[in-house]
Write a new protein. Structure first.
Length: 69
């Protein structure tokens, strides 16, 4: 299964940098980079914190697909 995320779209729409989003959710910028690239599966807390920043559900930000890329 591959993780798909809409974090980049929501972040850019909100006018946030990766660093700003990371600071808001208590993560490192590199974590946001890896999340946006689908290379990292977030903890439930981090996923919920990011969703709260954008006022959306976790399911709206993250989906799993059967393919690997």
């Amino acid at each position: 299964m591959a993780l798909k995320t809409k974090i980049r779209q929501y972040r850019e729409k909100a006018g946030l940098t990766q660093s700003a989003l990371a600071e808001m959710v208590g993560a490192r910028r590199e974590t946001i980079v890896h999340l946006e690239n689908g290379k990292y599966n977030p903890s439930l807390k981090l996923a919920m914190d990011i969703a709260a920043v954008f006022h959306v559900t976790v399911e709206e930000l993250f989906t799993f697909t059967d393919d690997e890329k």
